[in-house]
Design a binder for this molecule. Structure first.
Ligand SMILES: [Cu+2]
Length: 289
């Protein structure tokens, strides 16, 4: 019976699992979650990469600490139980040991603080903006403004299942994408009109609360083209789960031509409620024709 769980078999099972998990990214779509995903979405900005590295560093560190403590517990349980050690030592203090178990955790925390502060400063170190986009959270859709381009503004509303085009992910695709150029510094100004929402794109490593009456800014520099998805990440009411965020990263030329078209199509678009959704859908259809 013991042969059924031999080391070789377990090793083979883990190898197969590892192979399976490492093979899936090749099939994965950039900028959205995938089945059986472990860890974060593929990083597309320097900040997202830094977040991933910090996360891995912490994970390795905490795993080492947990294994060390587990080892100590097992050692104590085996070495100092009543049978193995019938006459316990009367030792109560050990100066070197006490200094060590005070100093070592301090050193570990100091080691964590270095990459932690480096990441924090990098996130708040705003480079010069190439494009500024304002995102306004509403119950339950997003309004976007391009303040560099006059009154260019539009709403982004979730696509219903029967509106999805091939390749568009369910619950993530919107009728209008936020379009930004690749390898450019995008400043995002985030606010809300009613309750607190949250604007995020996991692949960019940005996540910012959208607070009514307040503008909070963040930035990203996407290094790959494609469509990147996020979801409102602050409980904001009944349809909180149905106000996704879609950012389309395009080349400079594509961005310029999108801007030309969008200025004409959206310039005088008033910000409205549900009827705007269908109106914007038809606008987008016109744009992409
Ligand atoms: Cu929301």
């Amino acid at each position: 019976m013991a042969n059924g769980f031999s080391g070789a078999r377990i090793f083979a099972a883990f190898s197969a699992l590892a192979l399976f998990l490492s093979a899936t990214p090749a099939l994965a779509q950039l900028g959205q979650p995938r089945n059986w995903q472990l860890g974060f979405q593929e990083a597309v900005t320097p900040i997202a990469r830094q977040i991933g590295e910090f996360h891995n560093f912490l994970l390795i560190l905490i795993t080492a600490v947990a294994l060390f403590v587990l080892g100590l517990l097992i050692y104590v349980a085996l070495r100092f139980n009543d049978r193995a050690n019938p006459k316990p030592s009367k030792t109560t203090h050990h100066t070197l040991l006490e200094v060590a178990w005070t100093i070592i955790p301090i050193l570990i925390l100091a080691a964590i603080s270095v990459p932690s502060f480096r990441l924090l400063f990098a996130q708040y170190d705003f480079p010069k903006a190439d494009v500024t986009v304002k995102a306004i959270g509403n119950q339950w859709y997003w309004t976007y403004e391009y303040p560099d381009n006059g009154d260019l503004t539009f709403d982004a509303v979730i696509l219903e299942d029967d509106e999805l085009k091939p390749g568009q992910p369910r619950l993530l695709a919107t009728d209008n994408d936020v379009v930004v150029p690749v390898n450019k510094n995008i400043h995002m100004l985030i606010t809300a009109s009613d309750v607190i929402h949250n604007w995020t794109i996991p692949a960019f490593g940005v996540k910012v609360d959208a607070v009514p009456g307040r503008i909070i800014r963040t930035w990203f520099r996407a290094e790959k083209t494609g469509v990147f998805y996020g979801q409102c990440s602050e409980l904001c009411g009944q349809k909180h789960a149905f106000m996704p965020i879609a950012v389309r990263v395009v080349t400079d030329a594509e961005y310029a031509s999108w801007l030309e078209k969008a200025k004409k199509e959206f310039a005088s678009a008033p910000s409205g409620e549900d009827e705007m959704a269908s109106e914007n859908s038809s606008r987008l259809a016109e744009l992409t024709r």
